[in-house]
Write a protein that binds this ligand. Sequence first.
Ligand code: CA
Length: 230
Amino acid sequence: MATCTKILVVEDEQRMRDLLRLYLEREGYQVVEAADGRTALDKFAQEEFTLVLLDVMLPEIDGWTVCQRMRQKRDVPIIMLTARGEEIDRVTGFELGADDYVVKPFSPRELVMRIKALLRRVCPEVAEKEERLEFPGLCIDHPARRVEANGTEVALTPKEYDLLYFLALQEGRVFTREQLLERVWGYDFYGDLRTVDTHIKNLREKLKKAGQGAQYLVTVWGVGYKFEVK
Ligand code: CA
């Protein structure tokens, strides 16, 4: 049930990689990084990826060459990251196998939208799984940000929803409070770790009230929390 959308991020700038990781993980994607073309091709040969984000300006082997070589091996959706002012030859780019490109600086929201749009186009089964998470007696409709427990809508605050969706999307994976604060609340949030506990407590109460007796939000003592279907 848990989706595993794994994205290979190929980018030589550390700051940009960190930023991409932050935003992609917040969407529930698993991120693997490569700082240059050669490493990217090695990782690509070893693992399966759902999608590749590929910077054009890379040391040693440029992004277009990497794109072409990946394409020769496997059919994977590729989004090129290009700098403003870089001449983009759309025709050449698409001939080399890129599916889409995003011009830097881009907003995280724009990038995530492009990724989702591309996934819907090339692998609808992956996108569909992310958009509607269904568990016994619990349904999370992500585009509508709507949660239903036993057919009844559960009214959640935006952060309660984000937390539930984040954990549910990565069913079975344990996250510490620090990780949850960073990924659900964001870098700039200087909250207390108890913020996470409070939100978990409220979520459990709301789900219980809606008649959802099963404990989906599990405390892992000494570590943190996970979403689990028992
Ligand atoms: Ca670069």
